[in-house]
Design a protein around this ligand. Structure first.
Ligand code: IDP
Ligand code: MG
Length: 183
């Protein structure tokens, strides 16, 4: 192939062409399905309290697919961008101080309807009013220590994923149990 490709430059492009085509096809499949991705982050209280495993387990057990995961110290800049919609709120400074105070487990999860479903699994913003059975309802007692962030809409998810993750940090894969999860 190499020798022939040297003689015919057009063929040299072809390996790239097929790989681009495959990537494009996967993208198209993702678009056409109801597959969504959401951004979740276990805040410093969740990490400090040793709840990373328990929280991951809930989303795994539900049937969602983990496509991105990293433990990071959040910079001031990232924190302020992430919470930009709350910039004018009285709790903004406390929120940014808290999210930058210790490690955060940042994740991207994939699945049909995962954005809204993850918000249900997480529960209401105030853990005292969050339903038992939800993460905040089961493990929290105060609004400023509510353990986990979850994107509130598909559009928000898209921008939060690109804010927190580089494209190459996300892994597309096909869970072999899929036929047992989806009709
Ligand atoms: P959400 O996390 O349920 O989407 P948002 O209204 O987007 O809730 O608020 C972002 C975060 O800001 C909350 O998760 C919570 O940690 C914090 N927060 C919201 N409201 C208050 C408040 O009244 N006092 C202190 N912190 C708050
Ligand atoms: Mg929010």
């Amino acid at each position: 192939m190499g020798a022939i490709a040297k003689k015919i430059p057009a063929l040299e492009l072809s390996a790239n062409f097929w790989s681009n085509l495959r990537f494009g096809w996967q993208l198209l499949e993702f678009w056409e399905s109801n597959l969504e991705r959401t951004f979740l982050a276990i805040k410093p209280d969740g990490v400090q309290r040793g709840l990373v495993g328990e929280i991951l387990r809930r989303f795994e057990a539900k049937g969602f697919t983990l496509v991105g995961l990293k433990l990071i110290n959040v910079s001031q800049e990232l924190a302020e961008k992430h919470y930009d919609v709350h910039r004018e709120k009285p709790f903004f400074k406390g929120l940014v101080d808290f999210i930058t105070s210790g490690p955060v487990a940042a994740m991207v999860w994939e699945g049909d309807g995962v954005v809204a479903s993850a918000r249900k699994i997480i529960g209401a913003t105030n853990p005292l009013t969050a339903e038992p059975g939800t993460i905040r309802g089961d493990y929290g007692v105060s609004i400023g220590r509510n353990l986990i962030h979850g994107s509130d809409a598909v559009e928000t998810a898209r921008s939060e994923i690109s804010l927190w993750f580089k494209e190459e940090e996300l892994v597309s894969w096909q869970p072999t149990i899929k036929p047992w999860l989806y009709e």
